[in-house]
Design a protein around this ligand. Structure first.
Ligand code: IPT
Length: 965
């Protein structure tokens, strides 16, 4: 028996909402209603509506009331708890019903309309209520807000008391029919989470305006016309003094202008004036189009170097301060990103204004995702997926209208996206048709309908490199319908999500970028995603950590899948963001025959804003340097320059070329590095291997130079008096998310089945010869017949001890190894690490572009990357040498020729077992891995795994190190 719908379960529950209109900066009066509101929380939606009157007089009593800030989420302020699910709905799929236990927040506040307001009408605006709110003013219902990340306005003129306090009351339900449309991969968080404003509307106010600012690249000319709807049908004028424009609204003006682009966000200030209101205009002239399967702006193809950004703050959830928005954009610009997809809902309108000002291409996405229908077979079953079921059409089109109408004047927005992960369906078609009619100047995007019937660009997510290569060449597998296939094959292509950045990773970025740059059809993409959405929490002992799914006791959740960003929750760039910065750099360098070619990879601008320098280092020591003259180089052009000849002398000679900002910008100071390249002009001579000393026996020990070994096992006990744990073979890494069982290329299960996490080394022979101590053995794994035949050959001179490692695979290996190397331990005081090699950040075989050759110094603690779910991290790749020091004594390790190393205060097993950083407790040893290598990272947690070339295959490994003291 069906229970009747509650009002929040109506398919289109909004009531009395005014038609949506453009965001504006206006001189009309307004009053912010943000701040402390009275608040009452109830676990279901049926509490009496007893809070509308002048006094709080319900039978539940005033005692139940407390206060809560607006904007805020109640779950982050002590009421209820956050829930994280990726795509499953956290309730039974039974649309439009939602749980009867529907947490509800009652809000109220009073306000007085300023006496100097000379207005005809007063509107009440809600920028975001999650998920549904009923509004009352002075005891009378104003209407119902639905669509969590969308703006709603009401006309409250008739209900307002002009000379007395007004009582504004809002009841917000956590769940509503809209919850079925808002199944984005993020925390479920409720409440009035964006601003509330009272807007005075003077006589003759401007109801809506639409700026059309086109740019004709061939003519260098802009065309401006501003549509204005003025109350009472009056007229308005458009003035742009800088361009000498003073025309009636609706009239077309043509002038020579500088265009707007993400690279040079040129905005012209103007105003739109009616008798009652002046709206500030910030006009960016640009034309977005598809020509010859290319995505073009202002006549030139653009390459989207983008990322997906959710509104996120570790303390306030989707309540975002302007400072945080600006900080995000500034950081994106500093890290060479030029585009953002507002996954998966429109951000605060202010965010787009900042994108207009600072310069980012924006894909503005509708607040729509019905992903939870996928696990229940969204294409075939009824009650159907809202994208298809005609009963939902009104609600979906309304969402699109509210997106487009609010944001239509932002030059940064070049594409509207219908939403994310809704399958396919006719209601998407209805949204698209409306949007195209209303705003033909922008392109339409939607990923999940691979027919591309409603859209202008072909978009996919997480395609492999191979697929991207085929699409670049227009050789992709055909779509079954020939007409749609032909249409799609002529579209530009973008990856709306790629390089999933969960935990340590992604790898394979550089290979994607190479393809994007190779094929004109490929318009780039948006990495998944900007933030790790970890919520700041504290253990019982007060230790801070960032919580993920399950940490709030959720019944059903998706664990740390919420931690898949390139920025840690506290705003620190992750190693992946550094890698991205290098891979996306808009200027590239290549070296050959003593010359460097410099390529301008910008879409529109020349390089006159950059200063170029060169530097020469020998073994990491600065030898020489100076400026490099790169004449103005047009977008897309390359110049080849002579570079200073390598200085003669000892050591590895490395030439570094850098491009830095010549002057301050809005997003970085002069000197900020935009791009760099490096070339080894003379490689290092290999360090000498210690030799010449013969081993001898003292009691139960074998002594070889400064090294002492256990006579029975051949295990190293001390090096120059430093007590060490003998090197053990290690093939394990604390599995990274990309290795795990949910990965598209799962490795973990097979690794554990083999027993790689339980290695056992047996010594077969300890052989002393005149010049060496050789320990032969077999590395095996508990429960497996696979293994390695191992040889450790120790030699020594007076001041050094060398170890040559050789390991040959035994048995039929069928899986790449996590790592291969040795692990030893030193006393905990050896905590100061220096090395010469790529750095300073962590690097892996498929994520090493950001690491530059140099001499680096870090403490052990600084070498750790605090992924929210602890996992393998901190690898330094291809070190030529490293040293560990306790301040007095230093152990230096030379590699022959290179070695990967990891240093930490716990063992890989501890890292593997930990669920949160607070689970990791320092041991009294410093654990040092010296590896022949590790498998790459890939992005298998949601995407392709490690590319073949970067898998560590179980081959024979041979490498050597020399210890010096
Ligand atoms: C894709 C989603 O669009 C995105 O929101 C996020 O959940 C991402 O996956 C994984 O983190 S959809 C997936 C089926 C590829």
């Amino acid at each position: 028996m069906d229970r009747p719908f509650a009002y929040w379960e109506e398919l289109f529950p909004s009531r009395n909402v005014l038609p949506p209109r453009a965001q504006s900066t206006t001189d009309a009066p307004h009053l912010s209603l943000d701040g402390e509101w009275a608040f009452r929380y109830s676990p279901d939606g049926d509490a009496p509506v007893d809070f509308l009157g002048d006094a709080l007089d319900g039978h539940s009593g005033v005692a139940d009331w407390t206060t809560l800030a607006v904007p805020a989420h109640w779950q982050l302020n002590g009421f209820g708890a956050p829930i994280y699910t990726n795509r499953v709905y956290p309730f039974p799929v039974d649309p439009p019903y939602v749980p009867q236990e529907n947490p509800t927040g009652d809000y109220r506040r009073t306000f007085t309309v300023p006496t100097d307001w000379d207005v005809e009408r007063v509107l009440l605006r809600f920028d975001g209520i999650d998920s549904l709110g009923t509004i009352w003013l002075n005891g009378t219902e104003v209407g119902v807000v639905a669509g969590s990340r969308l703006r709603s306005e009401f006309d409250v003129t008739a209900l307002l008391r002009r000379d007395q306090e007004n009582v504004l009351a809002v009841r917000v339900h956590q769940w509503s029919s809209g919850s079925y449309l808002e199944d984005q991969d993020m925390w479920w968080l409720s409440g009035i989470f964006r601003s509330v404003t009272l807007l005075g509307r003077p006589v003759g106010a401007i109801e809506d305006h639409f700026v059309h600012a086109d740019y004709d690249a061939a003519m260098g000319e802009g065309t401006l016309s501003v549509d204005a709807v003025v109350a009472g049908g009056a007229s308005a004028r458009v003035r742009v003094p800088e361009l000498g424009i003073d025309v009636a609204a609706g009239e077309v003006a043509r002038v020579a202008v500088e265009p707007w682009s993400a690279e040079r966000p040129r905005l012209y200030s103007g105003e739109l004036v009616s008798s009652g209101e002046t709206i500030a205009l910030r006009i960016g002239f640009r034309r977005v189009e598809v020509v010859d399967s290319e995505l073009r702006v202002n006549g030139a193809p653009i390459l989207l170097r983008g990322t997906n950004r959710h509104d996120f703050d570790p303390d306030t959830g989707r309540v975002i301060s302007e400072a945080r928005m600006r900080a995000d954009i500034v950081m994106m610009k500093q890290f060479n990103l030029n585009a953002v997809r507002t996954s998966h809902y429109p951000p605060s309108a202010r965010f787009l204004e900042l994108c207009d000002e600072l310069g980012l291409w924006v894909m503005d996405e509708c607040d729509l995702e019905t992903h939870g229908f996928f696990p229940v077979d969204w294409f075939h079953k009824l009650p159907g997926n809202p994208a298809e079921d005609p009963r939902w059409e009104g609600a979906l089109v309304d969402r699109m209208q509210r997106l487009v109408e609010r944001d239509k004047n932002s030059p940064s927005v070049i594409m509207w996206s219908l939403g994310n992960e809704c399958g396919t369906g006719q209601n998407l078609g209805a949204m698209a048709r409306w949007a195209k009619l209303r705003d033909p100047s922008r392109l339409l995007h939607y990923e999940r309908d691979w027919s591309c019937q409603y859209v202008d660009v072909y978009s996919r997510m997480y395609s492999t490199h191979r697929e991207l290569d085929l699409i670049g060449q227009r050789q992709e597998a055909p779509f079954p319908d020939a007409d749609l296939d032909a249409k799609r094959r002529n579209m530009p292509f973008l990856l709306c999500e790629y390089v999933h950045s969960m935990g340590n990773g992604p790898g394979g970025l550089a290979e994607y970028q190479e393809l994007f740059e190779r094929y004109p059809r490929l318009a780039g993409g948006f990495t998944w995603e900007w933030f790790d959405h970890g919520l700041r929490s504290h253990t019982a002992d007060g230790e801070e950590y960032f919580a993920y799914g399950g940490d709030f006791g959720e019944e059903r959740h998706d664990g740390n899948f919420i931690a898949d960003g390139i920025v840690f929750p506290d705003g620190t760039p992750s190693p992946a963001l550094h890698e991205l910065k290098k891979v996306l750099q808009p200027v590239s360098f290549s070296f050959a025959g003593g010359r460097v070619s410099v390529r301008n990879g910008y879409d529109h601008r020349d390089l006159s804003h950059l200063r170029f320098t060169w530097e020469l280092h020998a073994d990491g020591d600065h030898v020489d340097g100076g400026d490099l003259a790169v004449d103005d180089l047009a977008a897309g052009a390359t110049v080849v320059l002579d570079v200073p000849a390598p200085a003669r002398g000892a050591g590895e000679q490395v030439l570094t070329v850098r491009a830095v900002l010549a002057a301050d910008t809005d997003w970085a100071p002069a000197g900020h590095e935009v791009a760099w390249g490096q070339s080894v002009t003379i490689p290092a001579a290999s360090a000498p291997v210690a030799a010449g000393t013969a081993p001898h026996t003292e009691d139960d020990q074998i002594v070889l130079g400064a090294a002492r070994f256990d006579r029975r096992t051949g295990g190293l006990r001390s090096l120059a008096g430093i007590d060490v744990d003998a090197p053990m073979f290690d093939t394990w890494r604390a599995v990274i998310d990309n290795d795990r069982d949910f990965s598209w290329e799962p490795r973990e299960a097979r690794w554990r089945q083999i027993g790689l996490d339980h290695p056992r080394h047996t010594v077969r022979a300890v052989e002393s010869a005149d010049d060496a101590l050789t320990v032969r053995g077999r590395l095996g794994f508990v429960g497996s017949d696979l293994g390695y035949a191992t040889t450790l050959r120790w030699t020594a001179s007076e001041d050094a001890v060398s170890l040559a490692i050789e390991a040959e695979p035994l048995g039929d290996w069928d899986v790449p190894l996590p790592r291969f190397g040795i692990r030893m331990a030193l006393p905990e005081r050896f905590a100061d690490v220096q090395w010469y090699g790529p750095g300073p950040g962590e690097a892996y075989s498929d994520s090493r572009q950001a690491a530059r050759l140099g001499r680096w110094q870090r403490t052990v603690d600084e070498l750790q990357t605090p992924y929210l779910m602890p996992q393998e991290n901190g690898n330094r790749i291809d070190a030529r040498w490293l040293s560990l020091s306790d301040g007095e004594r230093t152990l230096r390790i030379d590699a022959h020729p290179h070695v990967d190393f990891t240093v930490r205060r716990w063992r890989s097993e501890d890292l593997d077992a930990a669920q949160h950083p607070f689970d990791l407790r320092p041991t009294d040893r410093v654990w040092l891995n010296l590896d022949a290598g590790q498998s790459g990272l890939g992005s298998g947690s949601c995407g392709p795994g490690v590319l073949p070339a970067q898998r560590l295959l179980p081959a024979t490994f041979r490498y050597a190190v020399t210890f010096r003291f």
